[in-house]
Ligand binder design. Structure first.
Ligand code: FPP
Length: 246
């Protein structure tokens, strides 16, 4: 269909991509409810969407992708739903391990893995360790993650080192503090995407997204496609990032 002067909102300059894209994968429940399906069906399709988007990010050359898979607050959900999400993660990770050699994707987990089942925890740690040397694309999965929890843990670790004389408070800079977060060594996200019409940060990458550009869309996560990602990238490229300057 000719566009006749209408801006193509999916047009992306692939030579100017954000280095790090972060996504709050929201709207799985509403997507399912709208189709008369159980919420878990939304998570299952959401997991497929994650695979599609992660693959596309790798193909076009996005260096870091961070996704919010399970928050510190998500334990409040019914047990069946929590188990379904954990089951999907397990399935995905087992498949990812099989693909890893081929794709050279590095996986990292941000969050406290200790409340997970020993099997899932082992799978996460194994995936992270086995892919640690891969430099293709880095996928960070936020699991039992909360931004405030992350900042508190970092503050506690630094304070504990001060108590034993290993560090002094004066040594604490923004850069040093970043090194105490789950995301140590990963550049801050350039673009944070939240689908499903919600326009909140919901405890996601609170420290890291200080200068991120935000992109919101009404599309629910299971319907989020490569085209939707291109819209987000195109919107990002139309912004002027000044980082507090003019
Ligand atoms: C938010 O939608 C989504 C979640 C809490 C779970 C996300 C999990 C997956 C996509 C599956 C596993 C992930 C990977 C990385 C394989 P919601 O349930 O809050 O939706 P609602 O707001 O419409 O209720």
């Amino acid at each position: 269909m000719p566009l006749f002067g209408k801006k193509d909102e999916t047009k992306v300059d692939f030579s100017r991509l954000p280095q790090h894209v972060a996504i709050i994968m929201d709207g799985n429940g509403r997507w399912a409810k709208g189709r008369g399906l159980p919420r878990t069906a939304g998570h299952a399709v959401g997991a497929e969407t994650f695979r599609t988007i992660a693959t596309y990010c790798r193909e076009i050359g996005i260096r870091y992708l961070t996704v919010y898979a399970f928050s510190t607050e998500n334990w409040k959900r019914p047990m069946e739903e929590v188990s379904a999400i954990m089951g999907l993660l397990k399935k995905y990770l087992m498949e990812a391990i099989a693909d890893m050699e081929k794709e050279k994707v590095r996986f990292c987990f941000f969050g406290d893995l200790s409340p997970l089942t020993p099997e899932l925890r082992r799978l996460c740690i194994e995936t992270q360790e086995r892919s640690a040397g891969y430099a293709g694309c880095q996928v960070n999965i936020c699991l039992n993650y909360g931004g405030r929890d992350e900042i508190l843990r970092a503050a506690r670790s630094f304070a504990a080192q001060c108590m034993v004389g290993e560090k002094t408070p004066e040594a604490l800079t923004e850069e040093v503090f970043s090194g105490y977060l789950w995301s140590a060594g990963v550049p801050d996200p350039d673009l944070v995407i939240r689908p499903s019409g919600e326009e909140r940060i919901s405890n996601f990458l609170l420290w890291q997204s200080a200068y991120a550009e935000f992109y919101f869309t009404d599309v629910n996560w299971p319907d989020f496609s490569k085209e939707e990602l291109r819209k987000a990238l195109s919107a990002y490229q139309s912004r002027s990032r000044r980082f507090g300057g003019i």
